[in-house]
Write a protein that binds this ligand. Structure first.
Ligand SMILES: *Cc1c(COP(=O)(O)O)cnc(C)c1O
Length: 387
């Protein structure tokens, strides 16, 4: 399928290509000086002491959960409306994800009051997801986690560059922040991730587990800093390689501009859709100004209208997406019919993610808006038949 307006898109510049070629020419491919430089630049960008590059955002969440001490028997509170990797991290550690509800149609993020209600003596941590690039209320969650002695892990996979109401950078309020560098994310290298923390012990734990819990890495041995190694835990191979780090470093230079372009498109969408019958826009203008815009979701009146809109847009070559609630996935079916997750389930059913990228044009946005209006303003066939 070749879309007239794809859900997302990216452009690799000549500089990006040169950076990767330079790396290949050195002949050093596994984790080495470029990964280190990328980590330093990333840490400086988000304003934390430590950043540890890993092979994916999922690996970042997995290692963050282990470093936070999550293990069998523990409960981890996770929003019901997110990507599955947010919940899988707890499962990898043998813990049980306990799902919490969304705030509502004005803010799709997790509801701190509902998090509070779900705390039990087994609760060890909260995974706060900054959904679609809008900061979750991590300041309220920070207070709650401090009071109840819980760890706060931020799933910032969709929100590199987003800010909280008090101006904190998303990913730096919890003990650990986890980022994704997957192709669709704001800063992408194909597959990659980053764990950030200001705690040196958590940083060393993540570093250790990233590479088999070995006490020295290949680059150290190559440099002659270490001749042998010990293994002190059950670690993984979640390393990032040099070519991806080179690409990430090169692309980071344009990150802020890319986010500004995404935000401008979102503002354009919102102006054009503000008075569209049948569309509700989550979040307000201030929140839009602080967000980093991974995606642009709109809400329809119900699941049927949402599905009709998505099918109509697909017919016109416009690609959309939508997130199922985690508790509606076969592997995670828990207490289906649990009324306490009603808001997240309803939002999952009636949201639609429209195309957004820093590469699309304002004309693309207009094309999507016109198509949305045409589909929503047209009566569905059965309504016409009954008229
Ligand atoms: C993309 C994403 C992840 C996983 O990141 P990968 O790099 O694809 O492994 C985790 N959580 C959320 C919310 C995401 O959107």
């Amino acid at each position: 399928m070749s879309w007239s307006v794809p859900l997302t898109d990216l452009r690799i510049t000549e500089d990006d290509i040169e950076a990767v070629l330079d790396c290949l020419r050195t002949g050093w491919l596994t984790m080495g000086p470029r990964v280190r430089a990328f980590e330093r630049a990333f840490a400086a960008h988000v304003g934390v002491e430590h950043a540890v590059a890993v092979s994916s955002g999922t690996a970042a969440l997995h290692l963050a959960a282990l470093a936070a001490g999550i293990g069998p028997g523990d409960e981890v509170i996770v929003p019901n409306l997110t990507f599955v990797a947010s919940a899988a991290a707890a499962r990898y550690c043998g813990a049980t994800p306990i799902f919490c509800d969304s705030l509502g149609a004005h803010d799709l993020n997790l509801d701190p009051a509902d998090v509070c209600r779900r705390i039990t003596p087994r609760t060890r941590a909260v995974v706060a997801v900054h959904f679609m690039g809008y900061a979750a209320d991590v300041e309220a969650l920070r207070t709650l986690c401090d009071e109840r002695q819980l760890r706060l892990i931020e799933d910032t996979a969709q929100a590199l560059g987003a800010r909280t109401p008090s101006g904190r950078i998303a990913g730096t309020v919890g003990e650990l922040g986890c980022f994704s560098l997957f192709s669709k994310k704001q800063l992408c290298v194909g597959e990659g991730g980053m764990v950030v923390t200001s705690d040196p012990e958590l940083a060393s734990k993540v570093r250790l587990l990233r590479s088999h819990a070995m006490t020295s890495v290949t680059w150290d041995r190559h440099q002659g800093y270490a001749e042998t190694y010990d293994v002190v835990d059950i670690g993984f191979n979640f390393r990032m390689d040099e070519a991806r780090a080179a690409l990430g470093l090169s692309r980071m230079a344009r990150l802020d501009d890319d986010i500004a372009t995404r935000r401008a498109h979102v503002c354009h969408y919102r102006r054009a859709l503000r008075n569209q019958d049948g569309i509700e826009l989550p979040w307000d203008d201030e929140e839009v100004a602080r967000a980093s815009h991974f995606a642009f979701p709109v809400l329809l009146s119900d699941g049927q209208v949402r599905d009709r809109l998505r099918a109509g847009l697909a017919d016109m070559g416009i690609q959309t997406s939508a997130y199922p609630a985690i508790t509606d996935l076969s592997e995670y079916v828990v207490g289906r019919g649990d009324e306490t997750l009603a808001r997240s389930r309803e939002l999952a059913e009636r949201h639609c993610v429209l195309p957004l990228s820093s590469v699309m044009s304002e004309a693309d946005v207009d094309k999507v808006v016109t198509a949305v209006a045409r589909i929503l303003d047209e009566q569905p066939a059965h309504a016409r038949a009954n008229a």
